[in-house]
Design a protein around this ligand. Structure first.
Ligand SMILES: C[S@@+](CC[C@H](N)C(=O)[O-])C[C@H]1O[C@@H](n2cnc3c(N)ncnc32)[C@H](O)[C@@H]1O
Length: 235
């Protein structure tokens, strides 16, 4: 399912056979970068993350490949303007509350005609209009996964246009990611049991994070309030 998400994101970048610089803004351990490098031989990939652990492990996994992970804030990177042919942000801009700063920085570092593809969850209505159940799931989700907030999707579309992006396409793919969300309870139980069997304990942080997955499922069930989207925009 992760590979399929990477495939869908890459497809929207329309990468041709010329030399191509790709940046992953909030790259985790670089799985998307490694996927992209396998598919396209003409790529040079950069990833940014705030996590020291991801930086070390990710660069180890990228050893000998055309990619590097840097410890940088995607809201304020040290890259020169007009550097990249494309940028991706998969479930990462939500950690800065879908702030305008993140897309402004993506816009700055992209070359003219460069593409940005974002895959993330968004609100379908204003926070103040959420029903009790949606509001509860939303608060818990933000707390457990350290999300500042999720933006309302139409406001975000406008934000992208205000920053200067053109051809902004918003695709609601909630039903496509639903099977992945539905297997969350089984994955949580399996992971927790395996951890307890191998290490005889479950760290507080892991438990906190696992509860976040449960609230992601709960949010996903409120389909009138939350949606999962792939956004494509051109500089
Ligand atoms: C949920 S993970 C997603 C990782 C990866 N994109 C994926 O789909 O597997 C969120 C990532 O965003 C990164 N992140 C969060 N805030 C960031 C920031 N301000 N600057 C750079 N990276 C950030 C985290 O370090 C983490 O790597």
């Amino acid at each position: 399912m992760l590979n399929e998400m990477n495939r869908q994101v890459m497809k929207r970048l329309n990468i041709d056979s010329n030399k191509h610089r790709l940046v992953d803004l909030g790259c985790g351990m670089g799985a998307t970068m490694r996927y992209a490098l396998k598919q396209f031989k003409n790529l040079i990939t950069y990833g940014v993350t705030l996590s020291e652990f991801q930086l070390k492990q990710g660069n180890e996994l990228l050893r000998g490949k055309n990619g590097i992970i840097l410890k940088e804030n995607y809201n304020e990177t040290s890259f020169q303007s007009d550097t990249f042919d494309s940028a991706v942000a998969i479930e990462s801009f939500c950690h800065s509350g879908h702030d305008k700063k993140s897309i402004q920085e993506a816009f700055r570092i992209l070359k003219p005609k460069g593409k940005l593809v974002i895959a993330d969850a968004f609100l379908k209505k204003d926070n103040s209009q959420l029903c009790f159940g949606s509001h509860f799931a939303y608060q818990k989700l933000c707390n457990h996964w350290s999300l500042e907030k999720l933006e309302q999707i139409h406001k975000y579309e406008q934000l992208l246009k205000d920053v200067g992006f053109k051809d902004v396409s918003i695709e609601n793919i909630s039903l496509r990611v639903a099977p992945s969300v539905l297997h969350v309870p089984f994955a949580i139980i399996g992971f927790a049991l395996q951890k307890i069997r191998t290490t005889k304990s479950l760290k507080r942080e892991s438990l906190h994070n696992l509860k976040g997955s449960f609230y992601a499922l709960l949010s996903g069930l409120h389909m009138k309030s939350f949606g999962y989207y792939i956004i494509t925009a051109t500089k």
